[in-house]
Design a protein around this ligand. Sequence first.
Ligand code: FES
Length: 109
Amino acid sequence: MPTPDSTWHDAGPADQVPPGAVIEAVVGDRIVAIANVEGRLHAIDGICAHQGGPIGKGRLSGCTVTCPWHGWQYDVATGRQTLSQTIRQASFAVKVQSDRILVSLEPPG
Ligand code: FES
């Protein structure tokens, strides 16, 4: 579905990410993990900083997603790896419009 603003990329129907779920989506040229925490969507880089595991195929508990490969955990609101001060996944603006998830890959301005 085309979007009126090219900054925003369509990442699929909003109902594919119910509260408590995390999914993997291809957004532009990125793989993104999109999580729904109590009705609020968050989007972070979906390729794990450890060895490239699929974060979007992990398990979400509260605000924390666990990579399915070796268990690294990230805060989906910030992209921070929970045990490190320095490891941080890129995070992206995300919104729902007309029942579609839209993700911006632009750095926050
Ligand atoms: S690849 Fe994600 S924890 Fe190892």
